[in-house]
Design a protein around this ligand. Structure first.
Ligand code: ARG
Length: 605
Protein backbone atom coordinates (compact mmCIF):
# COMPACT_ATOMS: atom_id res chain seq x y z
CA UNK A 1 0.00 0.00 0.00
CA UNK A 2 2.84 2.41 0.54
CA UNK A 3 4.02 3.94 -2.66
CA UNK A 4 6.29 6.45 -1.03
CA UNK A 5 8.35 4.20 1.22
CA UNK A 6 10.84 1.68 0.12
CA UNK A 7 11.16 -1.12 2.55
CA UNK A 8 14.51 -1.41 4.17
CA UNK A 9 15.26 -4.86 5.32
CA UNK A 10 18.97 -5.18 5.70
CA UNK A 11 19.91 -8.52 7.15
CA UNK A 12 18.03 -11.67 6.43
CA UNK A 13 15.06 -12.57 8.56
CA UNK A 14 15.22 -9.49 10.71
CA UNK A 15 13.08 -6.46 10.47
CA UNK A 16 14.45 -2.99 10.90
CA UNK A 17 13.02 -1.04 13.76
CA UNK A 18 10.79 1.57 12.17
CA UNK A 19 7.83 3.38 13.59
CA UNK A 20 6.25 2.63 10.27
CA UNK A 21 3.01 0.85 10.91
CA UNK A 22 2.63 1.12 14.64
CA UNK A 23 -1.06 0.43 14.97
CA UNK A 24 -1.45 -1.68 11.90
CA UNK A 25 -1.18 -5.31 12.98
CA UNK A 26 -1.59 -6.67 9.48
CA UNK A 27 1.19 -4.46 8.14
CA UNK A 28 3.48 -5.38 11.02
CA UNK A 29 2.91 -9.08 10.41
CA UNK A 30 3.41 -8.54 6.70
CA UNK A 31 6.86 -7.14 7.46
CA UNK A 32 7.76 -10.22 9.45
CA UNK A 33 6.53 -12.50 6.68
CA UNK A 34 8.32 -10.45 4.07
CA UNK A 35 11.55 -11.04 5.94
CA UNK A 36 10.81 -14.74 6.17
CA UNK A 37 9.95 -15.03 2.47
CA UNK A 38 13.31 -13.56 1.51
CA UNK A 39 15.10 -16.24 3.41
CA UNK A 40 12.78 -19.04 2.41
CA UNK A 41 12.91 -18.45 -1.34
CA UNK A 42 15.85 -16.12 -2.01
CA UNK A 43 15.43 -16.42 -5.78
CA UNK A 44 12.05 -14.73 -5.68
CA UNK A 45 12.87 -11.44 -3.99
CA UNK A 46 9.77 -9.48 -5.03
CA UNK A 47 7.02 -11.59 -3.57
CA UNK A 48 4.43 -9.50 -1.68
CA UNK A 49 3.46 -11.10 1.61
CA UNK A 50 -0.23 -12.05 1.58
CA UNK A 51 -1.43 -11.59 5.12
CA UNK A 52 -5.05 -11.31 6.21
CA UNK A 53 -7.07 -11.44 9.38
CA UNK A 54 -8.89 -14.74 9.47
CA UNK A 55 -10.71 -14.99 12.78
CA UNK A 56 -10.79 -18.77 12.59
CA UNK A 57 -10.03 -21.23 15.34
CA UNK A 58 -6.46 -21.74 14.04
CA UNK A 59 -5.34 -18.20 14.50
CA UNK A 60 -5.96 -14.50 14.23
CA UNK A 61 -4.09 -13.94 10.97
CA UNK A 62 -2.98 -16.07 8.12
CA UNK A 63 -0.18 -15.89 5.58
CA UNK A 64 -1.17 -17.27 2.25
CA UNK A 65 1.99 -17.29 0.14
CA UNK A 66 2.95 -20.94 0.05
CA UNK A 67 0.83 -22.06 -2.88
CA UNK A 68 1.72 -19.14 -5.11
CA UNK A 69 5.40 -19.57 -4.36
CA UNK A 70 5.20 -23.28 -4.99
CA UNK A 71 3.82 -22.74 -8.48
CA UNK A 72 6.76 -20.42 -9.18
CA UNK A 73 9.50 -22.75 -7.97
CA UNK A 74 8.25 -26.23 -8.72
CA UNK A 75 10.18 -28.08 -11.36
CA UNK A 76 13.14 -25.72 -10.93
CA UNK A 77 15.16 -28.00 -8.72
CA UNK A 78 13.72 -26.83 -5.44
CA UNK A 79 14.36 -28.75 -2.24
CA UNK A 80 10.70 -28.36 -1.23
CA UNK A 81 8.25 -31.18 -1.78
CA UNK A 82 5.04 -29.15 -2.06
CA UNK A 83 3.14 -26.14 -0.69
CA UNK A 84 2.86 -27.47 2.90
CA UNK A 85 6.64 -27.76 3.05
CA UNK A 86 6.97 -24.20 1.76
CA UNK A 87 4.50 -23.08 4.43
CA UNK A 88 6.50 -24.93 7.08
CA UNK A 89 9.67 -23.15 5.99
CA UNK A 90 7.93 -19.74 5.95
CA UNK A 91 6.84 -20.44 9.50
CA UNK A 92 10.28 -21.55 10.65
CA UNK A 93 12.03 -18.57 9.08
CA UNK A 94 9.79 -15.99 10.72
CA UNK A 95 11.91 -13.60 12.78
CA UNK A 96 11.07 -13.91 16.42
CA UNK A 97 8.66 -11.25 17.56
CA UNK A 98 6.88 -10.42 20.76
CA UNK A 99 3.70 -10.03 18.68
CA UNK A 100 3.38 -13.71 18.03
CA UNK A 101 2.37 -16.32 20.55
CA UNK A 102 2.33 -19.31 18.23
CA UNK A 103 2.27 -20.32 14.58
CA UNK A 104 1.02 -23.39 12.82
CA UNK A 105 0.76 -24.63 9.26
CA UNK A 106 -2.56 -25.88 7.97
CA UNK A 107 -3.88 -27.34 4.72
CA UNK A 108 -1.87 -26.43 1.62
CA UNK A 109 0.65 -24.32 3.50
CA UNK A 110 -1.37 -21.63 5.24
CA UNK A 111 0.64 -20.19 8.08
CA UNK A 112 -1.64 -19.30 10.98
CA UNK A 113 -0.61 -16.80 13.58
CA UNK A 114 -1.97 -16.51 17.08
CA UNK A 115 -1.16 -13.10 18.50
CA UNK A 116 0.33 -12.78 21.92
CA UNK A 117 -2.18 -11.64 24.50
CA UNK A 118 0.48 -9.72 26.36
CA UNK A 119 1.55 -7.87 23.30
CA UNK A 120 -2.07 -7.09 22.40
CA UNK A 121 -2.74 -5.73 25.87
CA UNK A 122 0.42 -3.64 25.80
CA UNK A 123 -0.45 -2.20 22.38
CA UNK A 124 -3.88 -1.14 23.55
CA UNK A 125 -2.44 0.48 26.62
CA UNK A 126 0.17 2.28 24.54
CA UNK A 127 -2.57 3.68 22.31
CA UNK A 128 -4.48 4.87 25.35
CA UNK A 129 -1.44 6.72 26.63
CA UNK A 130 -0.12 8.09 23.35
CA UNK A 131 -3.41 8.67 21.58
CA UNK A 132 -5.31 7.17 18.69
CA UNK A 133 -3.24 9.12 16.15
CA UNK A 134 -0.47 6.60 16.72
CA UNK A 135 -2.83 4.08 15.09
CA UNK A 136 -3.16 6.06 11.88
CA UNK A 137 -2.38 4.13 8.70
CA UNK A 138 0.60 5.02 6.53
CA UNK A 139 -0.17 7.77 4.02
CA UNK A 140 -0.44 6.33 0.50
CA UNK A 141 0.61 9.69 -1.02
CA UNK A 142 1.69 13.12 0.17
CA UNK A 143 -0.99 15.23 -1.48
CA UNK A 144 -4.46 14.32 -2.71
CA UNK A 145 -7.39 16.21 -4.19
CA UNK A 146 -10.89 15.16 -3.21
CA UNK A 147 -13.35 16.78 -5.63
CA UNK A 148 -16.74 16.47 -4.00
CA UNK A 149 -20.13 18.05 -3.38
CA UNK A 150 -19.76 20.34 -6.43
CA UNK A 151 -23.33 21.61 -6.94
CA UNK A 152 -24.34 23.93 -9.76
CA UNK A 153 -25.04 27.62 -9.32
CA UNK A 154 -28.74 28.51 -9.48
CA UNK A 155 -29.70 24.96 -10.27
CA UNK A 156 -30.88 22.65 -7.58
CA UNK A 157 -28.55 21.17 -4.96
CA UNK A 158 -30.12 17.75 -4.84
CA UNK A 159 -29.79 14.56 -2.82
CA UNK A 160 -27.05 13.39 -5.16
CA UNK A 161 -24.99 16.36 -4.04
CA UNK A 162 -25.74 15.41 -0.45
CA UNK A 163 -24.35 11.94 -1.08
CA UNK A 164 -21.29 13.39 -2.73
CA UNK A 165 -20.79 15.77 0.20
CA UNK A 166 -21.07 13.04 2.82
CA UNK A 167 -18.98 10.42 1.02
CA UNK A 168 -16.33 12.91 -0.10
CA UNK A 169 -15.97 14.36 3.38
CA UNK A 170 -15.41 10.91 4.89
CA UNK A 171 -12.79 9.97 2.34
CA UNK A 172 -11.04 13.28 2.91
CA UNK A 173 -11.13 12.72 6.68
CA UNK A 174 -9.64 9.24 6.40
CA UNK A 175 -6.80 10.49 4.23
CA UNK A 176 -6.21 13.45 6.53
CA UNK A 177 -6.06 11.09 9.50
CA UNK A 178 -3.23 9.24 7.78
CA UNK A 179 -1.48 12.58 7.30
CA UNK A 180 -2.15 13.13 3.63
CA UNK A 181 -2.45 16.78 2.69
CA UNK A 182 -5.96 16.85 1.24
CA UNK A 183 -7.18 19.61 -1.04
CA UNK A 184 -10.94 19.56 -0.56
CA UNK A 185 -12.27 20.94 -3.78
CA UNK A 186 -15.76 22.16 -4.51
CA UNK A 187 -15.92 22.03 -8.30
CA UNK A 188 -18.99 24.25 -8.43
CA UNK A 189 -20.79 24.53 -11.78
CA UNK A 190 -20.43 28.30 -12.03
CA UNK A 191 -19.88 28.72 -15.75
CA UNK A 192 -21.89 28.00 -18.86
CA UNK A 193 -24.51 29.36 -21.20
CA UNK A 194 -27.29 29.37 -18.60
CA UNK A 195 -25.72 32.49 -17.12
CA UNK A 196 -26.74 34.53 -20.16
CA UNK A 197 -30.42 34.07 -19.46
CA UNK A 198 -29.98 34.43 -15.72
CA UNK A 199 -28.16 37.73 -16.08
CA UNK A 200 -30.57 39.14 -18.66
CA UNK A 201 -33.50 38.20 -16.45
CA UNK A 202 -31.79 39.80 -13.51
CA UNK A 203 -31.30 43.08 -15.37
CA UNK A 204 -34.90 43.04 -16.44
CA UNK A 205 -36.18 42.60 -12.91
CA UNK A 206 -33.70 44.85 -11.19
CA UNK A 207 -32.71 47.86 -13.27
CA UNK A 208 -30.76 49.10 -10.24
CA UNK A 209 -27.82 46.86 -9.51
CA UNK A 210 -27.98 47.71 -5.81
CA UNK A 211 -31.41 46.14 -5.56
CA UNK A 212 -30.07 42.68 -6.29
CA UNK A 213 -29.97 40.99 -2.93
CA UNK A 214 -30.55 37.49 -1.74
CA UNK A 215 -33.75 38.56 -0.06
CA UNK A 216 -35.05 40.23 -3.21
CA UNK A 217 -34.36 37.23 -5.37
CA UNK A 218 -35.68 34.76 -2.86
CA UNK A 219 -35.42 31.24 -4.12
CA UNK A 220 -32.68 31.09 -6.72
CA UNK A 221 -34.03 27.88 -8.17
CA UNK A 222 -37.40 29.46 -8.79
CA UNK A 223 -35.58 32.38 -10.32
CA UNK A 224 -33.75 30.01 -12.61
CA UNK A 225 -37.00 28.43 -13.69
CA UNK A 226 -38.65 31.76 -14.39
CA UNK A 227 -35.72 32.90 -16.48
CA UNK A 228 -35.81 29.67 -18.43
CA UNK A 229 -39.50 30.19 -19.16
CA UNK A 230 -38.78 33.70 -20.35
CA UNK A 231 -35.95 32.35 -22.49
CA UNK A 232 -38.19 29.77 -24.16
CA UNK A 233 -41.13 32.12 -24.68
CA UNK A 234 -39.57 35.31 -26.00
CA UNK A 235 -37.19 35.22 -28.99
CA UNK A 236 -35.98 38.77 -28.36
CA UNK A 237 -35.08 37.86 -24.78
CA UNK A 238 -33.38 34.74 -26.02
CA UNK A 239 -31.23 36.76 -28.35
CA UNK A 240 -30.26 39.19 -25.59
CA UNK A 241 -29.43 36.24 -23.36
CA UNK A 242 -27.14 34.79 -25.99
CA UNK A 243 -25.40 38.14 -26.37
CA UNK A 244 -25.08 38.30 -22.61
CA UNK A 245 -23.03 35.09 -22.66
CA UNK A 246 -20.66 36.65 -25.15
CA UNK A 247 -20.37 39.83 -23.12
CA UNK A 248 -19.82 37.88 -19.91
CA UNK A 249 -17.14 35.73 -21.47
CA UNK A 250 -15.60 38.83 -23.02
CA UNK A 251 -15.20 40.12 -19.47
CA UNK A 252 -17.54 43.11 -19.66
CA UNK A 253 -17.68 44.60 -16.19
CA UNK A 254 -21.42 44.88 -15.65
CA UNK A 255 -21.90 41.29 -16.74
CA UNK A 256 -19.06 39.99 -14.63
CA UNK A 257 -20.52 41.72 -11.60
CA UNK A 258 -23.97 40.28 -12.19
CA UNK A 259 -22.47 36.81 -12.61
CA UNK A 260 -20.48 37.21 -9.41
CA UNK A 261 -23.61 38.29 -7.59
CA UNK A 262 -25.56 35.22 -8.67
CA UNK A 263 -22.69 32.96 -7.65
CA UNK A 264 -22.49 34.71 -4.31
CA UNK A 265 -26.17 34.16 -3.60
CA UNK A 266 -25.88 30.51 -4.55
CA UNK A 267 -22.81 30.15 -2.38
CA UNK A 268 -24.70 31.43 0.65
CA UNK A 269 -27.31 28.73 0.06
CA UNK A 270 -24.73 25.95 -0.25
CA UNK A 271 -23.02 27.19 2.85
CA UNK A 272 -26.03 26.62 5.01
CA UNK A 273 -25.88 22.93 4.16
CA UNK A 274 -22.12 22.68 4.69
CA UNK A 275 -22.37 24.44 8.00
CA UNK A 276 -24.95 22.04 9.31
CA UNK A 277 -23.03 19.03 8.11
CA UNK A 278 -19.78 20.52 9.45
CA UNK A 279 -18.16 19.91 6.10
CA UNK A 280 -15.30 22.06 5.02
CA UNK A 281 -14.67 22.66 1.32
CA UNK A 282 -12.62 25.04 -0.72
CA UNK A 283 -14.38 26.35 -3.79
CA UNK A 284 -12.52 26.20 -7.05
CA UNK A 285 -15.41 26.23 -9.46
CA UNK A 286 -15.41 25.59 -13.19
CA UNK A 287 -14.71 29.28 -13.85
CA UNK A 288 -11.41 29.01 -12.01
CA UNK A 289 -9.95 26.72 -14.67
CA UNK A 290 -11.25 28.79 -17.57
CA UNK A 291 -8.12 30.83 -18.21
CA UNK A 292 -6.03 27.65 -18.43
CA UNK A 293 -8.21 25.81 -20.95
CA UNK A 294 -6.75 27.18 -24.21
CA UNK A 295 -3.20 26.35 -23.12
CA UNK A 296 -4.09 22.82 -22.17
CA UNK A 297 -6.03 22.17 -25.40
CA UNK A 298 -3.09 23.62 -27.32
CA UNK A 299 -0.65 21.30 -25.64
CA UNK A 300 -2.88 18.28 -26.30
CA UNK A 301 -3.20 19.37 -29.92
CA UNK A 302 0.57 19.65 -30.29
CA UNK A 303 0.86 16.11 -28.95
CA UNK A 304 -1.42 15.05 -31.80
CA UNK A 305 -4.23 13.91 -29.53
CA UNK A 306 -6.90 16.35 -30.67
CA UNK A 307 -8.68 15.61 -33.92
CA UNK A 308 -11.36 17.29 -35.99
CA UNK A 309 -14.74 15.53 -35.94
CA UNK A 310 -18.01 16.97 -37.27
CA UNK A 311 -16.80 20.50 -36.69
CA UNK A 312 -15.80 19.82 -33.11
CA UNK A 313 -12.35 19.06 -31.78
CA UNK A 314 -12.21 15.76 -29.97
CA UNK A 315 -9.98 13.16 -28.38
CA UNK A 316 -10.60 9.59 -29.45
CA UNK A 317 -10.37 6.95 -26.80
CA UNK A 318 -9.71 3.29 -27.41
CA UNK A 319 -12.64 1.05 -26.66
CA UNK A 320 -15.21 3.85 -26.44
CA UNK A 321 -17.18 4.67 -29.54
CA UNK A 322 -17.92 8.30 -28.77
CA UNK A 323 -15.01 10.72 -28.56
CA UNK A 324 -14.34 13.22 -25.77
CA UNK A 325 -15.32 16.63 -27.12
CA UNK A 326 -12.89 19.26 -25.88
CA UNK A 327 -13.90 22.15 -28.17
CA UNK A 328 -17.50 22.39 -29.33
CA UNK A 329 -18.31 23.09 -32.98
CA UNK A 330 -19.09 26.73 -32.07
CA UNK A 331 -15.60 27.09 -30.65
CA UNK A 332 -16.77 27.08 -27.03
CA UNK A 333 -15.50 24.94 -24.21
CA UNK A 334 -17.55 22.46 -22.21
CA UNK A 335 -17.65 20.30 -19.09
CA UNK A 336 -14.97 17.98 -20.47
CA UNK A 337 -12.62 20.82 -21.47
CA UNK A 338 -12.84 22.08 -17.91
CA UNK A 339 -12.25 18.65 -16.41
CA UNK A 340 -9.23 17.96 -18.60
CA UNK A 341 -7.85 21.32 -17.54
CA UNK A 342 -8.67 20.83 -13.86
CA UNK A 343 -6.90 17.47 -13.95
CA UNK A 344 -3.87 19.06 -15.57
CA UNK A 345 -3.88 21.84 -12.99
CA UNK A 346 -4.15 19.45 -10.06
CA UNK A 347 -1.30 17.31 -11.30
CA UNK A 348 1.03 20.09 -12.35
CA UNK A 349 0.24 23.12 -10.26
CA UNK A 350 -0.99 21.45 -7.10
CA UNK A 351 1.26 18.40 -7.34
CA UNK A 352 -1.51 16.08 -6.27
CA UNK A 353 -0.66 12.39 -6.57
CA UNK A 354 -4.16 11.07 -6.07
CA UNK A 355 -7.21 12.83 -7.46
CA UNK A 356 -10.55 11.54 -6.31
CA UNK A 357 -13.87 12.57 -7.87
CA UNK A 358 -17.12 11.87 -6.05
CA UNK A 359 -20.23 11.98 -8.25
CA UNK A 360 -23.20 9.83 -9.07
CA UNK A 361 -22.77 6.81 -11.30
CA UNK A 362 -24.23 8.73 -14.25
CA UNK A 363 -20.88 10.46 -14.77
CA UNK A 364 -18.87 7.27 -14.90
CA UNK A 365 -18.30 7.36 -18.62
CA UNK A 366 -17.32 11.00 -18.54
CA UNK A 367 -14.57 10.35 -16.00
CA UNK A 368 -13.54 7.14 -17.68
CA UNK A 369 -12.94 9.14 -20.84
CA UNK A 370 -11.16 11.99 -19.08
CA UNK A 371 -8.82 9.59 -17.29
CA UNK A 372 -8.10 7.62 -20.45
CA UNK A 373 -7.40 10.81 -22.37
CA UNK A 374 -5.00 11.83 -19.58
CA UNK A 375 -3.27 8.47 -19.88
CA UNK A 376 -2.93 8.91 -23.63
CA UNK A 377 -1.38 12.29 -22.96
CA UNK A 378 1.07 10.69 -20.56
CA UNK A 379 -0.17 12.71 -17.58
CA UNK A 380 -1.06 9.52 -15.73
CA UNK A 381 0.64 6.12 -15.87
CA UNK A 382 -1.14 3.28 -17.64
CA UNK A 383 -2.96 0.94 -15.30
CA UNK A 384 -4.32 1.91 -11.92
CA UNK A 385 -1.83 0.47 -9.51
CA UNK A 386 0.65 3.34 -9.39
CA UNK A 387 0.54 7.02 -8.61
CA UNK A 388 -0.25 9.63 -9.74
CA UNK A 389 -3.71 8.22 -9.96
CA UNK A 390 -7.21 9.48 -10.68
CA UNK A 391 -10.21 7.67 -9.21
CA UNK A 392 -13.89 8.11 -9.77
CA UNK A 393 -15.92 7.34 -6.68
CA UNK A 394 -19.38 6.78 -8.04
CA UNK A 395 -22.55 6.14 -6.12
CA UNK A 396 -26.12 5.05 -6.74
CA UNK A 397 -29.43 6.82 -6.32
CA UNK A 398 -31.34 7.78 -3.23
CA UNK A 399 -34.83 6.35 -3.54
CA UNK A 400 -38.10 7.32 -1.92
CA UNK A 401 -40.55 4.93 -0.30
CA UNK A 402 -42.18 4.36 -3.69
CA UNK A 403 -38.93 2.98 -5.07
CA UNK A 404 -38.54 5.96 -7.37
CA UNK A 405 -36.00 8.74 -7.20
CA UNK A 406 -36.35 10.47 -3.85
CA UNK A 407 -38.65 13.51 -3.92
CA UNK A 408 -40.68 15.26 -1.28
CA UNK A 409 -44.39 15.71 -1.58
CA UNK A 410 -44.59 19.30 -2.67
CA UNK A 411 -41.39 19.98 -4.47
CA UNK A 412 -39.83 18.36 -7.43
CA UNK A 413 -36.54 17.97 -5.66
CA UNK A 414 -35.71 17.57 -2.04
CA UNK A 415 -34.33 20.63 -0.38
CA UNK A 416 -31.40 19.50 1.62
CA UNK A 417 -31.88 22.02 4.36
CA UNK A 418 -35.45 20.81 4.93
CA UNK A 419 -34.23 17.25 5.14
CA UNK A 420 -31.70 18.08 7.80
CA UNK A 421 -34.24 20.17 9.70
CA UNK A 422 -36.60 17.26 9.83
CA UNK A 423 -33.94 14.82 11.00
CA UNK A 424 -33.06 17.20 13.79
CA UNK A 425 -36.61 17.92 14.89
CA UNK A 426 -37.48 14.23 14.96
CA UNK A 427 -34.46 13.50 17.14
CA UNK A 428 -35.37 16.37 19.39
CA UNK A 429 -38.91 15.06 19.79
CA UNK A 430 -37.51 11.73 20.96
CA UNK A 431 -35.31 13.44 23.55
CA UNK A 432 -38.25 15.45 24.89
CA UNK A 433 -40.37 12.30 24.99
CA UNK A 434 -37.69 10.67 27.10
CA UNK A 435 -37.92 13.47 29.61
CA UNK A 436 -34.60 15.10 28.74
CA UNK A 437 -36.38 18.44 28.64
CA UNK A 438 -36.35 18.50 32.44
CA UNK A 439 -32.87 17.05 32.87
CA UNK A 440 -30.83 18.87 30.26
CA UNK A 441 -30.20 22.45 29.30
CA UNK A 442 -31.74 23.77 26.12
CA UNK A 443 -28.29 23.86 24.58
CA UNK A 444 -27.64 20.21 25.40
CA UNK A 445 -30.94 19.23 23.82
CA UNK A 446 -30.15 21.21 20.67
CA UNK A 447 -26.64 19.89 20.22
CA UNK A 448 -27.65 16.29 20.92
CA UNK A 449 -30.58 16.53 18.50
CA UNK A 450 -28.21 17.82 15.84
CA UNK A 451 -25.56 15.18 16.49
CA UNK A 452 -28.13 12.39 16.36
CA UNK A 453 -30.24 13.78 13.50
CA UNK A 454 -27.43 14.75 11.15
CA UNK A 455 -25.41 11.71 12.19
CA UNK A 456 -28.35 9.49 11.28
CA UNK A 457 -28.61 11.00 7.79
CA UNK A 458 -24.90 10.59 7.19
CA UNK A 459 -24.64 7.07 8.56
CA UNK A 460 -27.70 5.83 6.64
CA UNK A 461 -25.88 6.86 3.51
CA UNK A 462 -22.39 5.68 4.39
CA UNK A 463 -23.26 2.23 5.74
CA UNK A 464 -24.36 1.01 2.31
CA UNK A 465 -21.95 0.02 -0.37
CA UNK A 466 -21.99 3.33 -2.23
CA UNK A 467 -22.80 1.70 -5.57
CA UNK A 468 -26.15 0.38 -4.42
CA UNK A 469 -29.23 2.57 -4.44
CA UNK A 470 -30.72 3.08 -1.03
CA UNK A 471 -34.11 4.08 0.27
CA UNK A 472 -34.34 7.22 2.32
CA UNK A 473 -36.42 6.44 5.38
CA UNK A 474 -36.47 8.61 8.49
CA UNK A 475 -38.06 5.96 10.72
CA UNK A 476 -35.40 3.46 9.80
CA UNK A 477 -32.40 5.74 10.14
CA UNK A 478 -33.63 7.15 13.46
CA UNK A 479 -34.32 3.74 14.97
CA UNK A 480 -32.32 3.20 18.14
CA UNK A 481 -31.89 -0.48 17.37
CA UNK A 482 -29.94 -2.10 14.57
CA UNK A 483 -27.18 -0.72 12.42
CA UNK A 484 -27.96 2.99 12.78
CA UNK A 485 -26.09 6.03 13.99
CA UNK A 486 -28.58 6.41 16.82
CA UNK A 487 -27.80 2.94 18.16
CA UNK A 488 -24.06 3.52 17.85
CA UNK A 489 -24.12 6.99 19.38
CA UNK A 490 -26.15 5.70 22.33
CA UNK A 491 -23.79 2.75 22.72
CA UNK A 492 -20.88 5.14 22.95
CA UNK A 493 -22.71 7.36 25.45
CA UNK A 494 -23.40 4.30 27.60
CA UNK A 495 -19.73 3.36 27.69
CA UNK A 496 -18.92 6.90 28.77
CA UNK A 497 -21.46 6.62 31.52
CA UNK A 498 -19.98 3.31 32.77
CA UNK A 499 -16.65 5.07 33.12
CA UNK A 500 -18.20 8.12 34.80
CA UNK A 501 -20.13 5.97 37.23
CA UNK A 502 -17.00 4.07 38.23
CA UNK A 503 -15.83 7.28 39.83
CA UNK A 504 -12.26 6.72 38.66
CA UNK A 505 -10.03 9.24 36.99
CA UNK A 506 -9.58 7.49 33.68
CA UNK A 507 -6.64 9.68 32.61
CA UNK A 508 -4.76 8.65 35.70
CA UNK A 509 -5.77 5.03 35.23
CA UNK A 510 -4.27 4.91 31.73
CA UNK A 511 -0.81 5.38 33.16
CA UNK A 512 -1.21 3.50 36.41
CA UNK A 513 -3.34 0.50 35.54
CA UNK A 514 -2.58 -2.46 33.32
CA UNK A 515 -4.64 -3.98 30.55
CA UNK A 516 -4.97 -7.76 30.64
CA UNK A 517 -6.93 -9.86 28.18
CA UNK A 518 -7.76 -12.85 30.36
CA UNK A 519 -11.25 -13.78 29.23
CA UNK A 520 -12.08 -14.82 25.66
CA UNK A 521 -14.54 -11.96 25.29
CA UNK A 522 -11.85 -9.53 26.41
CA UNK A 523 -9.40 -10.94 23.92
CA UNK A 524 -12.00 -10.77 21.11
CA UNK A 525 -12.63 -7.14 21.93
CA UNK A 526 -8.91 -6.41 22.10
CA UNK A 527 -8.31 -8.03 18.73
CA UNK A 528 -11.07 -6.04 17.10
CA UNK A 529 -9.72 -2.81 18.56
CA UNK A 530 -6.30 -3.62 17.16
CA UNK A 531 -7.75 -4.04 13.68
CA UNK A 532 -8.88 -0.42 13.49
CA UNK A 533 -5.90 0.89 11.50
CA UNK A 534 -6.00 -1.81 8.86
CA UNK A 535 -9.73 -1.26 8.37
CA UNK A 536 -9.28 2.47 7.84
CA UNK A 537 -6.54 1.71 5.37
CA UNK A 538 -8.75 -0.75 3.52
CA UNK A 539 -11.61 1.77 3.48
CA UNK A 540 -9.61 4.53 1.84
CA UNK A 541 -7.60 2.24 -0.43
CA UNK A 542 -10.79 0.84 -1.93
CA UNK A 543 -12.66 4.11 -1.42
CA UNK A 544 -15.42 2.31 0.48
CA UNK A 545 -16.61 4.09 3.65
CA UNK A 546 -19.06 1.26 4.41
CA UNK A 547 -16.07 -0.87 5.41
CA UNK A 548 -15.50 1.48 8.34
CA UNK A 549 -19.21 1.47 9.22
CA UNK A 550 -19.21 -2.33 9.34
CA UNK A 551 -16.20 -2.22 11.60
CA UNK A 552 -17.84 0.27 13.94
CA UNK A 553 -21.05 -1.73 14.14
CA UNK A 554 -19.13 -4.95 14.83
CA UNK A 555 -17.10 -3.18 17.48
CA UNK A 556 -20.20 -2.19 19.32
CA UNK A 557 -21.60 -5.72 19.05
CA UNK A 558 -18.39 -7.28 20.32
CA UNK A 559 -18.27 -4.76 23.13
CA UNK A 560 -21.79 -5.55 24.13
CA UNK A 561 -21.03 -9.27 24.18
CA UNK A 562 -18.15 -8.56 26.54
CA UNK A 563 -20.11 -6.15 28.68
CA UNK A 564 -23.21 -8.26 29.05
CA UNK A 565 -21.26 -11.38 30.00
CA UNK A 566 -21.54 -11.85 33.79
CA UNK A 567 -18.03 -13.32 33.74
CA UNK A 568 -16.77 -9.97 32.48
CA UNK A 569 -18.35 -7.80 35.13
CA UNK A 570 -16.62 -4.43 35.11
CA UNK A 571 -17.36 -2.54 38.30
CA UNK A 572 -16.37 -4.45 41.41
CA UNK A 573 -14.42 -7.21 39.69
CA UNK A 574 -10.80 -7.83 40.65
CA UNK A 575 -9.71 -6.74 37.17
CA UNK A 576 -11.89 -3.66 37.27
CA UNK A 577 -9.04 -1.38 36.21
CA UNK A 578 -8.24 -3.41 33.12
CA UNK A 579 -11.90 -3.66 32.16
CA UNK A 580 -12.41 0.06 32.58
CA UNK A 581 -9.42 0.63 30.33
CA UNK A 582 -10.97 -1.69 27.75
CA UNK A 583 -14.18 0.36 27.97
CA UNK A 584 -12.17 3.52 27.47
CA UNK A 585 -10.24 2.06 24.53
CA UNK A 586 -13.54 1.06 22.91
CA UNK A 587 -14.91 4.56 23.42
CA UNK A 588 -11.74 6.12 21.98
CA UNK A 589 -11.86 3.95 18.86
CA UNK A 590 -15.61 4.51 18.43
CA UNK A 591 -15.09 8.26 18.68
CA UNK A 592 -12.38 8.13 16.06
CA UNK A 593 -14.71 6.18 13.77
CA UNK A 594 -17.42 8.79 14.31
CA UNK A 595 -14.91 11.50 13.61
CA UNK A 596 -13.84 9.84 10.35
CA UNK A 597 -17.47 9.45 9.32
CA UNK A 598 -18.15 13.11 10.09
CA UNK A 599 -20.49 12.26 12.97
CA UNK A 600 -20.42 14.15 16.27
CA UNK A 601 -20.35 11.80 19.27
CA UNK A 602 -22.59 12.26 22.29
CA UNK A 603 -21.48 11.56 25.83
CA UNK A 604 -24.65 11.03 27.75
CA UNK A 605 -28.13 9.82 27.14
N1 ARG B 1 -21.34 20.03 -10.99
C1 ARG B 1 -21.39 18.65 -11.34
C2 ARG B 1 -22.79 18.11 -11.14
O1 ARG B 1 -23.57 18.65 -10.39
C3 ARG B 1 -20.42 17.81 -10.56
C4 ARG B 1 -18.97 18.16 -10.73
C5 ARG B 1 -18.05 17.04 -10.36
N2 ARG B 1 -16.66 17.36 -10.49
C6 ARG B 1 -16.01 17.48 -11.63
N3 ARG B 1 -14.73 17.79 -11.59
N4 ARG B 1 -16.59 17.28 -12.79
O2 ARG B 1 -23.15 17.11 -11.74
Amino acid sequence: ASATKTRSITTMATVTEEEECMGNVKAQLAKLFEASLRVTIPNEPDVEPLVAACGGKFGDYQCNNAMGLWSKIKGKGTQFRGPPAVGEAIKNNLPSSEMIESCSVAGPGFVNVVLSKNWMAKSIQKMLIEGIDTWAPMPPVKTAVVDFSSPNVAKEMHVGHLRSTIIGDTLARMLEFSKVEVLRRNHVGDWGTQFGMLIEFLFEKFPNFEDITEAAIGDLQAFYKASKQRFDADPAFKQRAQQAVVRLQGGEDKYRRAWAKICEISRTEFHKVYQRLAVHLEEKGESFYNPYIPGVIDALTKQGLVEESQGARVIFIEGINIPLIVVKSDGGFNYASTDMTALWYRLNEEKAEWIIYVTDVGQQQHFDMVFKAAKRAGWLPQGDSSYPKASHVSFGLVLGEDGKRFRTRNTEVVRLVDLLDEAKSRSKAVLIERGKGEEWTEEEIESTAEAVGYGAVKYADLKNNRLTNYTFNFDQMLNDKGNTAVYLLYAHARICSIIRKSGTDIEELKNKGTVVLGHKDERDLGLHLLQFAEVVEEAFTNLLPNVLCDYLYNLSEIFSKFYSNPECKVIGSDVETSRLLLCEATAVVMRKCFNLLGITPIYKI
